[in-house]
Design a protein around this ligand. Structure first.
Ligand code: GAL
Length: 661
């Protein structure tokens, strides 16, 4: 990538110099050098400073800071600055403001108050991008373009009239005719048949449950609309700034469900993401690993950029504890272990004013004479030492399938159980496999599956015919395929696959379910081994070996875990949410059947992930536990810059990146 730091893992974060007087900039650059910062994302929220009134631009300050950064050898990920419209724009065109489901306008005064479908906003944004691309394409500091910021963070879904009109256009394009739309939406139900596209609205507040396919399509529309917005900016950059990579920062973290990133990822020159932790997570290790693997899946297995995370506290929870000293280093290296080639933060210097003044930063309010900044500088040294890892890929022979559209559909209105949350079993499965030392790729169901010894299909409620066929083919070829409850039930229109659940997989699994019996929160059923919660079924094993069945209750005798030989592989079915211990042992059986080995045999609490590039490999060891551990390993540890002869000792929170061989 042009001008991107070459011999180090890029290290830095969002830089907002416009928040500070000019004198501070000199100190910023000096401290960046001291901390080993090698890149900054510049200008993300600078529109009102770059274009103070319509069509009048002020680039003097940006020229100056770009010059200073170039001189210091710090690469710039230059924002298109279009994330947040300036007040003059929303004052002149209030129709660009987004509107919530019940008709509330989201006024300016915070950020991202723009309607995703607004042509006025789009034109204004494109005008600014054009100026920036023309002015800075040749600039020696420019390394990458950063389009907008965290699309959909605050302004999707928007239910305004502009979106209603754009939704109709999108639907006409998708369906071609009202007949096809009426069929797809199942409008024979509740007298919803449309006879003119003009009658169609976004799923605004209604008396009771919405049409589920309308809701699903509105989500698809929202994601597509913003993607078109991104592409609109990217086209200008590709035209005026050829050769400079373009990205936008995703939010591939649990809880953010607005965009189908699998559709977005192919349009990125390099996938980048932000990752923040919430207090409710408990130990962050499993979440960091899962989302790292999700992001790597989006990147097609290639390295990705961690654009933002936090050095310490965030400021958007009711209570925002600080991170323990050392956690930022361990969290960052966990991201790197899972494929990140960049360590980025929000933000360089903690703000003095504004809504994020209590959010941590690389330079805290206390200044550089602080334990936090010393930790930041240490991380800078480590990022430099890890340079040789760049470009290598994470090794995994287990795939967990993950689909935002299946998640959208399952979270639709009036479903069998709100207690079955789409990613819950995927995340639990990932966590238990991680505890066993098994690295997983988290990938879209349409991804190439041939390299995997194990394919796990957790609650894949919606699946297309093609993807279902590809999953079945993986078993034929020799993979152990493990399908869970709530998979294969509907097609892409959210129409039920008839003839016995789980629809797309009934014959494949040799299991036929006639009726679901979701369990009330807190209830569980005894099984011939362990217990089941959340979900149970009246099922028959038509052509599969029953390994676990219900020991009592309404579905007594029904199979809960089955296995069927398929080709040279097998099709496993798990029909309930097993207790963790039972699920752990079931996963162990599947892994053993496939002969999959962990990246390394390590003590409990230690995570081991291997990155490889040709003949070279690096074993990342992350001690997430509370005690000192000893791991048997040979090589050279890049983190401590020391040879390791047969064993490494890691203190609590300690990390190593062992160059093997
Ligand atoms: C991100 C955003 C940053 C900052 C950060 C705070 O969502 O991109 O601009 O707001 O959160 O955690």
């Amino acid at each position: 990538m042009r001008n991107w730091p070459d011999d180090v893992l890029a290290y830095g974060g969002d830089y907002n110099p416009e928040q500070w007087p000019r004198e501070v900039w000199e100190e910023d650059i000096a401290l960046m050098k001291q901390a080993g910062v090698s890149f900054v994302s510049l200008g993300i929220f600078s529109w009102s400073w770059l274009e103070p009134t319509k069509g009048e631009y002020d680039f003097a300050w940006l020229d100056e800071i770009m010059g200073m950064l170039a001189e210091a050898g710090i690469a710039v990920d230059l924002a298109t600055a279009t994330a947040s419209p300036p007040p003059w724009l929303t004052t002149a065109y209030p129709e660009i403001l987004p509107v919530t489901i019940d008709g509330t306008t989201l006024y300016p005064g915070s950020r991202q108050s723009w309607c995703p479908s607004s042509p006025i906003f789009r034109d204004a944004a494109r005008a600014l991008v054009t100026q920036l691309a023309q002015r800075y394409h040749q600039h020696p500091a420019l390394a990458m373009w950063h389009v907008s910021n965290e699309y959909a963070c605050h302004n999707l879904p928007c239910y305004c009239d502009t979106c209603a009109a754009a939704f109709r256009v999108w639907l006409e394009r998708r369906y071609g005719s009202l007949d096809r739309l009426n069929h797809a939406w199942g409008t024979a139900f509740w007298s919803q048949r449309y006879t003119d596209f003009e009658q169609i609205l976004p799923p605004r507040t209604t008396p009771t449950f919405h049409n589920p396919t309308q809701v699903l399509d509105f989500k698809r529309f929202g994601s597509d609309t913003l993607l078109q917005h991104f592409i609109g900016e990217k086209e200008i950059l590709a035209d005026l700034s050829p050769g400079v990579p373009v990205t936008t920062n995703f939010m591939s973290m649990t809880g953010f469900r607005h965009l189908d990133y699998h559709q977005w990822a192919p349009h990125q020159d390099i996938v980048s993401t932000d990752h923040y932790l919430v207090n409710t997570l408990g130990h962050p290790g499993p979440e960091l690993a899962f989302q790292g693997d999700v992001t790597r899946g989006l990147a097609g297995g290639a390295p990705w950029l961690l654009m933002e995370h936090s050095t310490s506290a965030v400021n958007w929870q009711p209570v925002n504890p600080a991170k323990a000293l050392g956690q930022t280093i361990r969290d960052s290296l966990t991201h790197v272990a899972h494929g990140a080639d960049t360590i980025g933060f929000f933000q360089w210097r903690q703000s003095r004013a504004g809504a994020e003044k209590w959010h941590s930063a690389l330079v805290p309010h206390a200044g550089a004479d602080s334990a936090r900044f010393r930790e930041v500088a240490r991380l800078g040294e480590i990022a430099a030492a890890l340079g040789e890892v760049k470009g290598s890929r994470v090794e995994a022979s287990v795939a967990i399938l993950y689909d935002f559209q299946a998640q959208w559909a399952w979270s639709g209105p009036a479903m069998p159980s709100a207690d079955v949350d789409y990613p819950e079993i995927a995340q639990l499965t990932h966590r238990l496999l991680r505890e066993r030392g098994i690295t997983c790729d988290v990938i879209h169901p349409s991804a190439e599956l041939s390299a995997y010894a194990v394919v796990i299909v957790p609650t894949l409620y919606l699946v297309t015919d093609d993807d279902a066929a590809s999953i079945r083919a993986a078993a034929e070829r020799g993979a152990q395929v493990l399908v869970t409850y709530v998979s294969g039930l509907v097609d892409e229109n959210d129409h039920v696959r008839l003839g016995g659940y789980p629809g797309a997989f009934t014959d494949f699994l040799g299991v036929r379910v006639e009726e679901f019996n979701p369990l009330l929160p807190g209830d569980s059923l005894a099984l011939s081994r362990g217990t089941g919660a959340r979900w149970s079924e009246f099922a028959t094993a038509t052509d599969a070996e029953v390994l676990i069945s219900y020991a009592g209750g309404p579905v007594a005798g029904s199979p809960a875990l089955t296995c069927r030989r398929v080709g040279s592989g097998a099709a496993w079915y798990a029909g309930t949410r097993f207790d963790d211990d039972t699920w752990r042992s079931v996963l162990g059986e599947v892994i053993d059947a496939a002969g999959v080995e962990p990246a390394a045999y390590v003590p409990a609490g230690v995570e081991a992930v291997r990155r490889r590039s040709g003949e070279r490999s690096w074993l990342f060891l992350l001690n997430h536990g509370a005690g000192e551990v000893r791991v048997a390993v040979d090589g050279y540890d890049l983190v401590s810059a020391a040879s390791v002869d047969s064993e490494i000792v890691l203190p609590p929170g300690g990390c190593a990146a062992i160059r093997e061989g």
